[in-house]
Design a protein around this ligand. Structure first.
Ligand SMILES: [Zn+2]
Length: 113
C-alpha cells in the first residue's frame, strides 16, 4: 500500500483514485470496488496487466493485422502508460514501489518558485 493518488475513474480535474492495499479505489464512492484494479506504484506489473487486458483483442475499425501484432502493441502501450504515471511521480526504476518523499502523490508538478 502506498500514498498513490490518480485519475483512473474519470472525475477529470481532480485525483479520484487512491491506493488501498495495492488496489485502486474510487474516492467518489463509499463502497470498495469489486474490480481488482492494481495500483501502478506498488504493483507495476499488475497495473500493466490490467490495461493490457482492458485493450486485449480490440482494434481500430479496418485494422486487419494479426491480433498477435495488435496485442503486442497494446502491451507496449500499457507499459508506457503505467511507466508514465510512475515517471510523473518521480519513479524511473521499475522495481520501486513507493512514491519518493517530497513528490506529489497525484503527480502534479510542484510549481516553480
Ligand atoms: Zn499503491
Amino acid at each position: 500500500m502506498c500514498n498513490y493518488q490518480g485519475y483512473e475513474f474519470g472525475a477529470g480535474r481532480y485525483p479520484d483514485s487512491y491506493c488501498v492495499d495495492g488496489y485502486l479505489h474510487d474516492a467518489d464512492s463509499d463502497y470498495l470496488n469489486y474490480e481488482s484494479r492494481c495500483c501502478p506504484i506498488c504493483d507495476r506489473n499488475g497495473a500493466i496487466k490490467w490495461w493490457f487486458d482492458y485493450w486485449k483483442d480490440t482494434c481500430e475499425e479496418g485494422d486487419e493485422r494479426d491480433f498477435d501484432v495488435i496485442n503486442e502493441e497494446h502491451m507496449h502501450r500499457a507499459t508506457s502508460l503505467v511507466d508514465d504515471i510512475r515517471f510523473n511521480r518521480g519513479i524511473t526504476d521499475p522495481n520501486v514501489t513507493e512514491i519518493p518523499v517530497g513528490r506529489c502523490p497525484a503527480g502534479i508538478p510542484t510549481p516553480a518558485t
